[in-house]
Every structure is written in C-alpha cells, then in structure tokens.
Design a binder for this molecule. Structure first.
Ligand SMILES: NC(=O)c1ccc[n+]([C@@H]2O[C@H](COP(=O)([O-])OP(=O)(O)OC[C@H]3O[C@@H](n4cnc5c(N)ncnc54)[C@H](O)[C@@H]3O)[C@@H](O)[C@H]2O)c1
Length: 256
C-alpha cells in the first residue's frame, strides 16, 4: 500500500480523501492549520508554514511519496483577497515543489485543485501574470486593490495553468501532474458562503444552473482525485478533470 501527503485535509474534500485512502490501507500525512486531525500543523499562507510542512513531510516519508494533493484553500468570500492568493496559489505551489523529489522517488502522482468557477468569476491577466512569475508580494499588493472573487478565480486558473506548464518537466522525473476542477461541493467552505448574505443569492443562482440539479458530496470529488492518483490513471497526465455535474460544459460548450 502507498503513502500520500495531503494539505487541507482536516475538513471537506481533503478529509474525505484522507478517509478513503486510509480505508484502502494506505498511510496519509495530513498538513493543516487546524491542529485536530493534522499530523503536521502549519499555516501554508506563510513561508515559514510552508517550510515546516515540507520538512515535516520529508521527516515522515523518507522513502518517498506515492502521491501528493495540496487541498488547503480559502473561498472567494474571504478577506483580505491576498490571503487567498497566498494560500490557494503560493502555498500549493511551494508545497508541490517542496515534495517533488519525494514523489519522484516513488514515481508518484500530484493532483492539484483548481475549480470549475475559475473561468467564470472574472480574469485579471496582470494578477495571473504575477502569480505565474512567482511574484508573491506584487500579486498580493495588486489583488488587495481588487476583490476576493477575482483573487479566488485567478488562484484556481493559475493553478491549472501552472500544472499544464510543468507537465513535461515533472513527467521527466516520473511524476504525473493533473488537476481536478470541482463544482459546488458541500463542505465548511461552501457553508460559509451560504451563510454570507452578500454572496448567498449569487451562490443559490449558481447552484440552480448545475445540469444534474444538485451539489457534490466531498466523497465524489475525492473519488476523482483517487482515480488520478492511482494506477488506473497511468496515462492521464496534464489533464484538468471537471467534476462539476456538467456545469462547465453547459456554460462554455465550445471551449475545451
Ligand atoms: N467546496 C467547493 O465547492 C469547492 C469547489 C471548487 C474547489 N474547491 C477547492 O477544494 C479545496 C478544499 O476545499 P473544501 O471545500 O474541502 O474546503 P474546507 O474549508 O472544508 O477545507 C479547506 C482546508 O484547508 C485548511 N486551511 C485553511 N487555511 C489554511 C492555512 N492557512 N494553512 C493550512 N491549511 C489551511 C482548512 O483547515 C481545511 O481543512 C480548496 O482548495 C477549494 O478551493 C472547493
């Protein structure tokens, strides 16, 4: 059986994935800012937290990792917007790069977490350019003059772009890089959005447009991530898998 490291797995999709991997007989290493249910407590919005997370994973998996999934993220309702950029993009990428040698050692897989809402919430190319260039301070300064929805959408679009730009480099080390783009999933993140009167109506309208007429359970997203991590996805590399009840296809039918 394998050994997998996950960030942001104290609740929601990550907790479901961690449970499924353990039930299948694997070991998991969970990094989270919440102490309960975490093997390594770290705030991945900070450089110090990212460093201690990577060092903690290295200490617990000296023989390497079969897979890594950076799930830690904040929704587009959180302020300041720069916190979203720091965690969703810079935290995720720093951790992927930090554990790359460990995943290469076992010819494993990395699954990044994008979002089906990334293309629809608005795009600011200057912000995306700063994310891609790794300019954390400048990206944060810019996004704090804009808003959290743009911060979130940009962070998730940039994650998918980063994955596609790095697919060859990682494949040469024996690592398959892929991403999932979940649709609306019932987790503490979306509970917080429903409870926010400023965005609740927009969220309800968005949910009403899902072709299968329901939101996802966290386990349904975790199922797709497990597929991408596992041997049945051995030739799946560089894909963004939309797991969203048909919403992206229905809203952007001519894009692929
Ligand atoms: N729920 C959805 O509808 C949805 C849709 C698309 C994408 N996503 C993405 O899926 C991922 C998981 O989200 P979820 O819905 O399970 O949310 P969630 O809030 O249940 O989980 C997020 C996890 O990240 C952790 N976290 C928060 N701040 C952190 C920090 N500074 N350092 C380390 N850990 C931190 C939380 O403690 C939590 O365990 C996120 O990246 C999110 O953007 C979710």
């Amino acid at each position: 059986m394998g050994i997998y490291a996950l960030t942001g797995a104290a609740t929601g999709i990550g907790a479901a994935l961690s449970r499924q991997l353990r039930e299948a007989g694997n070991d998991t290493i969970v990094v989270d800012v919440k102490a309960e249910d975490a093997d390594i407590v770290a705030d991945l919005s900070t450089a110090a937290g990212r460093k201690s997370a990577v060092e903690g994973i290295q200490a617990r998996a000296p023989e390497g990792l079969d897979g890594f999934v950076p799930l830690a993220g904040l929704g587009g309702h959180v302020t300041p917007p720069s916190l979203i950029a720091r965690l969703n993009y810079f935290g995720a990428i720093a951790c992927v790069e930090g554990v790359r040698d460990l995943v290469a050692r076992r010819q494993g897989a990395v699954v990044l977490i994008s979002s089906n809402s990334a293309p629809g919430l608005g795009v600011n190319e200057e912000y995306l350019g700063l994310l891609a260039a790794g300019e954390e301070s400048a990206a944060c300064e810019l996004i704090d003059t804009l808003n959290s929805a743009l911060a979130y959408a940009g962070s998730k679009l940039a994650i998918a772009r980063w994955m596609r730009h790095h697919v060859t480099e990682y494949a040469k080390c024996g690592i398959r890089l892929n991403a999932v783009a979940p649709g609306v999933t019932r987790t503490p993140m979306t509970d917080a959005v429903y409870e926010n009167p400023q965005v609740r109506e927009a969220m309800l309208a968005y949910v009403a447009s899902i072709p299968v007429e329901r939101t996802a359970a966290p386990e349904e997203i975790a199922n797709a991530i497990r597929f991408l991590l596992g041997p049945e996805a051995s030739f799946v590399c560089g894909s963004v898998l939309f797991v969203d009840g048909g919403q992206d296809a229905s809203q952007r039918p001519d894009q692929m």
